[in-house]
Design a protein around this ligand. Sequence first.
Ligand code: A2H
Length: 253
Amino acid sequence: EGVGPQEYTLIKMKVLEPFPEKIKSLKGKAVYLVAATLRPETMYGQTNCWIRPDSRYIAFETVNKDIFICMQRSARNMSYQGYTTEEGNVNVLLELTGQDLIGAALKAPLTSHDRIYALPMLTIKEDKGTGVVTSVPSDSPDDYAALVDLKKKQAFREKYGVTDAMVIPFDPIPIIDVPEFGKLSAVTAYEKLKIQSQNDRDKLQEAKEMVYLKGFYDGVMLVGEYKGKKVQDIKKDLQKTLVEKKEAVIYFE
Ligand code: A2H
């Protein structure tokens, strides 16, 4: 952990009908899974969202009457950042498990997919961000490893109630060119290190060290409004646009 607070972009991913059984009581409201990311410019390449099935989540009402779904710890932090009507108080509407959310269909900003799905990732940390993670398998080795696990293991999909249609059509999308790593930098690193699964923690750590800094400092956008521009030059602007369009909010911890 560094000194001082870390700024995250919280990506609002709107839950589409039909709502999962356990959140049916929220029908008619604007309900969002909110994911903390350091890389808002990668949202062009989202293929799904990650939820930890054995963790606890809550749904709470924000000051704008949006419903946010995330872990309690982050909701409490948000209540001190102007997200709730009363500072320090979270209006909890539902208590959920991650499993209750698996399979939810979502509308996410910038990605070329009309809908993506909430899928299980077992390595989500409970003491970081919101416990909801956006998945960009082109640029994040963790995301690529977890997606490959689901794609190649039918028993794993079945265990968590994930259908083939939620996984099979979704492949990494080339969105950023990283010198030496190409247009799918996470896939390159995964293959180079012969990573076997999302539990290959040491190798994944190595893969991340290989691609993250390079992606941020030398990466060039291949798609969207900032095509041809360097990631580090456009990140702030893109974040601002997402916030103005009410597709994201800023969160500190
Ligand atoms: B990033 P830092 Cl493409 N558990 O978003 C595990 N991982 C989490 C998490 C949690 N509770 N909350 C957030 N994250 C992930 C995109 C991305 C990210 C790309 C490339 C690098 C990258 C798509 N996933 O992160 O420990 C989220 O993944 C580089 C570290 O605060 C979030 O940004 O540095 C990042 O980890 C925050 O990690």
